[in-house]
Write a protein that binds this ligand. Structure first.
Ligand code: KIV
Length: 267
C-alpha cells in the first residue's frame, strides 16, 4: 500500500509513531522497502555522506535528482521526500517551484526545505501548486555558515519562542510535517503537542511524533569513518568495520591463492 501525506496526518491523530530514513540509492531503497520504512528522504546529507563534500552547501539539484531517481526506482509504496539543496530555493519562489517540480518528475512525492521567515511564503507557494512540503527547523545544516558551526539551537527563551512561532507559521502555510533537528527535548515536546502536523525529530528527544536518522549513521558507516558520531545517533550495525574486514579478507584470499578456487571456476 502506498504511503501518502494523509497517512502521516492519520498517524499523528492516532498517536502512531513512525520513522523516516535517508536513502540515496537504489539498493538502499529496496532494502528499506523490505524493512517497511514508510518514509524515505533523499536528503541533502547526500553531500557529506556519499559525495565527500565537507557539508551540505555544495550539493546541486543535478546531483540530488540523480540520486532521487535511483531511490524512486527501488522504492515501493514509501512516501518519498526530495530535499531541496542549498541554492535551489533561496533565490526566488520561482526557483523553488521549478526545482520542486523537477523532484516530483523524478519520482518524489514531496519536498523538504529548511527554515522559516521568508521560507514561509515559499512553502505557501509550493503547497498552493499541489507540491507537498516538509518543513525543517532548529539545527538546519544549510545554515552552517550563519550558525558558525553545527550546534544545538533554540536554547534561549527568545529563540525558543521564535522556533515555536516559526513552526506554527510553517503549519499555517501548508507544510504537512516538520523536521525538528538539534533542539532541546522539552522544546520539541512543546512543538509536537502544539502542532496538528507530525514532528519528525533528529537530535530532538523522544517526544516527537516520528524520528529520522541518516542511514549511514544508523548502519555504523559514519562512526567508522569519523571515529565518532553525534550524541543523538544510535548505530544499529557496524557496517563500516564489516566492509573493511570483508575487503581485507578478500584481498588476503587472493594474495594467498585461496580465491578463486575450483568451486568458483567454470568448466
Ligand atoms: O538531509 C538530511 O539528511 C536531513 C535529515 C537529517 C533530516 O535533512
Amino acid at each position: 500500500m502506498a504511503v501518502s501525506i494523509r497517512d502521516l496526518a492519520a498517524w499523528k491523530a492516532s498517536g502512531t509513531r513512525f520513522v523516516m530514513l535517508t536513502a540515496y540509492d537504489y539498493p538502499t531503497a529496496l532494502l528499506l522497502a523490505e524493512a517497511e520504512v514508510p518514509v524515505l528522504l533523499v536528503g541533502d546529507s547526500l553531500a557529506d555522506n556519499v559525495l565527500g563534500y565537507p557539508n551540505t552547501i555544495p550539493v546541486t539539484m543535478t546531483e540530488m535528482l540523480h540520486h532521487a531517481r535511483a531511490v524512486a526506482r527501488g522504492a515501493s509504496g514509501q512516501l518519498l521526500v526530495g530535499d531541496l539543496p542549498f541554492g535551489s530555493y533561496q533565490r526566488s519562489c520561482a526557483d523553488a517551484v521549478e526545482n520542486a517540480v523537477e523532484f516530483l518528475k523524478a519520482g518524489m512525492h514531496a519536498v523538504k526545505l529548511e527554515g522559516a521567515g521568508w521560507v514561509v511564503e515559499t512553502v505557501a507557494r509550493l503547497t498552493q501548486r499541489g507540491i507537498p512540503v516538509m518543513g525543517h527547523l532548529g539545527l538546519t545544516p544549510q545554515s552552517v555558515n550563519a550558525f558558525g558551526g553545527l550546534k544545538v539551537q533554540a536554547r534561549s527563551a527568545a529563540d525558543r519562542e521564535r522556533l515555536i512561532a516559526d513552526a506554527h507559521a510553517l503549519e499555517d502555510a501548508g507544510a504537512f510535517a516538520l523536521v525538528v533537528e538539534g533542539i532541546p527535548r522539552d522544546l520539541a515536546a512543546q512543538v509536537t503537542s502544539e502542532l496538528v502536523i507530525p514532528t519528525i525529530g533528529i537530535g530532538a528527544g523522544p517526544d516527537c511524533d516520528a524520528q529520522v536518522l541518516v542511514i549511514h549513521d544508523l548502519l555504523g558507516i559514519t562512526g567508522h569513518l569519523r571515529g565518532t558520531v553525534p550524541k543523538f545517533v544510535k548505530p544499529y550495525a557496524d557496517l563500516g568495520d564489516r566492509i573493511v574486514s570483508a575487503a581485507r579478507a578478500y584481498a588476503d584470499d587472493v594474495r594467498e591463492g585461496r580465491f578463486p578456487d575450483d568451486a568458483h571456476s567454470f568448466h
